[in-house]
Design a protein around this ligand. Sequence first.
Ligand code: ZN
Ligand code: FE
Ligand code: FE
Ligand code: ZN
Length: 259
Amino acid sequence: MVDLHNHTKLCNHASGEVREYCMRAIEKGMKIYGFSDHAPMTFEPEYRMRFEEMALYEGWVNEAKKDFTNKLELYLGYEVDFGEGFLDDRVLQADVDYFIGSIHFIQGWGFDNPAYLAKYQECDPDTTWREYFSLVEQMANTKLFHIIGHLDLLKVYNFFPHTEMVKLALNALDAIKESGMAIEINTAGLRKPVGELYPSLTLIQEALKKEIPLTLGSDAHAPEHVGVGYEQALGLLHKLGVKKVAYFSKKELKYASIA
Ligand code: ZN
Ligand code: FE
Ligand code: FE
Ligand code: ZN
């Protein structure tokens, strides 16, 4: 079992030690497990590690690789925000297994942050979703990332477009296919107001039609989040005939069987 999206307390909005996440992962039957904490950036620095903490973070994960040899195949990543002025060479040049590229901001609005909920009142659903998927497309076009994080995160507070989502996402999906990125099935949506997996079924089906690799992540912000919702995610993948999921080792795409 694969889980590539997990945070650490360094991002200031997650709890638990790296070792506790790893122990939980083993309990949950994970074999391939990755940390992808929020990479530092100068925008809203309070929700992420500082640049000076990257070495500490990477040290924790590398230490755990040794401590859990034979029990867990551990991988090192970052969840990187894409947007104007967000990318930083100190992150992009880090010696990682993979980067998860995520959109959490539309023109500086942190739309998944409960502190900024009021802004939804001013947003036209279709316009905002178009803008969101255009950012996803631009992100894929940079070819800097390996996994697209929570592809339809904008639905987190039940904000849905009027137009079919899959239509709005087509250009983004083409760009993702072209970039060689994988799309993660992220179970965190199940514990958020929207109460469903990211991304929605129609997007997963379209990704499969385009033969875009799929991967899996808990997006755990606490050890007890690890593996929550995996029965549902794996059940869906089995139903869709998916027999393998992607992961990245030193930025190289690999597959693990889930059959
Ligand atoms: Zn987070
Ligand atoms: Fe995220
Ligand atoms: Fe995350
Ligand atoms: Zn995330």
